[in-house]
Write a protein that binds this ligand. Sequence first.
Ligand SMILES: Nc1ncnc2c1ncn2[C@@H]1O[C@H](COP(=O)(O)OP(=O)(O)OP(=O)(O)O)[C@@H](O)[C@H]1O
Ligand SMILES: O=C(CO)[C@H](O)[C@H](O)COP(=O)(O)O
Length: 343
Amino acid sequence: MPHKQALLRRLTRPAGHRPVMLAIAGDSAAGKSTLTRGLAEAIGSERVAWMCVDDYHRYDREERRGLPFTPLHPACNYMEVMEQHLQLLAMGEPILKPVYDHHTGKLVRPELFVPAEHVIVEGLLPLASPLSRACFDLTVYLDPPEELRRAWKVRRDTRDRGYRDEEVLAELARREADAASFIRPQRQYADIVVRFAPIEGRPVSEGLSTTVLLRPTAPHPDLSTVLTEDTREAIHLKLVRDLDGKPVDALHVHAYASPEKSAAVKAAIWGALGVDREPPPSLGLVEPGVRSEPLAIVQLLILYHLVLARRTHDGSGESAPPAEPPTGEPAANAASVASAVAR
Ligand SMILES: Nc1ncnc2c1ncn2[C@@H]1O[C@H](COP(=O)(O)OP(=O)(O)OP(=O)(O)O)[C@@H](O)[C@H]1O
Ligand SMILES: O=C(CO)[C@H](O)[C@H](O)COP(=O)(O)O
């Protein structure tokens, strides 16, 4: 079982010698870079290294034209090399990473990628195999409704990647089978599933709410002190059924939740770490001048897990959040990460 060996190797690495590994998976234009950008800024550039696994594309855009599969298919990517590299990074080792240029569609000169205290790995297929999944401390899947993702992709690819509307729509149609077979199945392996969506029955222009599935595979903060199941509340926490029928907590944040309610939820997340600082101010930025409070809450929740994982790596060996403000050495480590995050 190579993935179990990889997990053991990583977990038995001496304290402080391995980065906290976060995966953010999802289809093209699902919002991975937007989510990651705010996280990376909050953690601080010297404490985070961010990579995209789309760099492991096996063929460039021109070569792909004649092939029977799309970039979403594992056969279109060097999956084994990605797995090897993820294992090295999880052990704190540098890699020589391939590079795919999304503007030109060409594979260019590889670059040295050195892990930092935190490594964020986003892309199409980071959770595609047991071996890749074994490399992460926390896994997130972005799951916007298809209609919204398509709108995001058309806008982004025409604005930033030189495509015309009809080309993007044709490519989306071509990719659908591979998305169903290889991208969407990764949803089941995430600790956190995030779905930004328009307010029911309203257009996107009126804002996006979010529903976040908090699967029991990660030790989430206790939000029951500030939230109820009352769905009339702008932010509520409700037990729902996951796609496999299992019960799971769902945190819902309405696009127009009041600043007071939002602040109470943020305080509950951040306060559970025993860190007496304000949450980082950089959270929630969609693009210059556009902020989203639901995005800020999702990012803060992920930061909570990163701080917790750092604390566990640094020696306490605990995997659950402390009930009381922490004391002693592990707490000092956690506080130092959190203060970096709060800078
Ligand atoms: N939370 C959000 N709220 C509003 N708009 C968003 C959000 N996330 C993403 N978008 C929009 O969707 C577009 C695509 O997002 P982003 O580039 O983050 O996706 P991605 O998953 O990193 O894409 P790819 O994998 O194709 O590079 C952004 O340019 C932005 O306009
Ligand atoms: O799904 C994508 C992630 O952004 C890209 O479209 C893919 O990585 C490469 O395709 P392209 O030919 O558009 O560069």
